[in-house]
Design a protein around this ligand. Structure first.
Ligand SMILES: *[C@@H]1O[C@H](CO)[C@@H](O)[C@H](O)[C@H]1NC(C)=O
Length: 184
C-alpha cells in the first residue's frame, strides 16, 4: 500500500513527538536522573545535593561509584575554597583568641582535604566502608572548625558558617553513596 504525500506528512509531527519521547525517556538518562534522586533523597540537604551533582557534567552518565567520586571531588573543591576563606579571615583577625581559632580551623581544613584524598583511594580500591570512615572524618574536621567558635563564644563570620555547612552537606553525599554501595 502506498501512502499519499499528504498522508505521510501527517505522520511527521507524530514521528517527532515519538522521537522526543524516546530521547526524554532514554533508559540511560532516566537511570541516572533516578539515581541522583535516590541518592539525594537520603542526603542531609536534598536540594543542595541535587544542585551540586547536576552541576557536574559527569553526573549524567555516572553510576553509583561515579556519583561517589563526584561528591568527593565537590567536597574537596569546597573544602579548598573554604580553607582559602579561613586563611584570609585569619589574616584580618586582630585578637589572640580569633587567631588561635583560625589556626585550628586551618589545620582542620588541611586535614579534611587530605582525608578526602584518602576517600578517593578507598573508593578506587572498592573499600566502601573505608570511604564511609574517611568521609565521616572529613566531616568531623570541618565541624570542629565551627565548634571552635561556639566553644570560645566568638561569633563565626556568616560566610564561614555557610561555607562549613556546605562542605558538610557535600561530605554527607559521600556517606550516602558509600552506604548505598555497601547495599544499605
Ligand atoms: C582540628 O584542629 C585542632 C588544632 O590543630 C586539632 O587539635 C584537632 O585534632 C583537629 N581535628 C579535630 C577533629 O578535632
Amino acid at each position: 500500500m502506498e501512502l499519499s504525500w499528504s498522508h505521510r506528512s501527517s505522520y511527521f509531527p507524530l514521528l517527532l513527538f515519538f522521537l522526543a519521547f524516546l530521547g526524554y525517556y532514554s533508559p540511560c538518562g532516566e537511570a541516572t536522573q533516578d539515581l541522583i534522586e535516590r541518592v539525594c533523597s537520603k542526603s542531609k540537604d536534598p536540594s543542595v545535593c541535587t544542585k551540586a551533582l547536576e552541576s557536574d557534567p559527569r553526573s549524567h552518565t555516572a553510576d553509583l561509584a561515579g556519583l561517589c567520586q563526584i561528591s568527593i571531588d565537590l567536597s574537596t573543591t569546597n573544602a579548598k575554597s573554604t580553607q582559602a576563606l579561613v586563611t584570609s579571615l585569619g589574616k584580618k583577625a586582630t585578637d589572640k583568641i580569633s587567631k588561635e581559632i583560625y589556626n585550628t580551623c586551618l589545620e582542620n581544613y588541611t586535614n579534611s582535604i587530605s582525608v578526602l584524598g584518602d576517600c578517593t583511594n578507598r573508593l578506587q580500591a572498592g573499600d566502601y566502608a573505608g570511604v564511609n570512615i574517611k568521609a565521616s572524618a572529613a566531616q568531623t574536621e570541618v565541624d570542629t572548625c565551627d565548634e571552635s567558635f561556639k566553644e570560645r563564644k566568638l561569633p563565626e563570620p556568616p560566610t564561614l558558617t555557610n561555607a562549613c555547612q556546605k562542605v558538610q552537606k557535600l561530605c554527607n553525599i559521600i556517606l550516602v553513596t558509600a552506604n548505598m554501595l555497601q547495599g544499605n
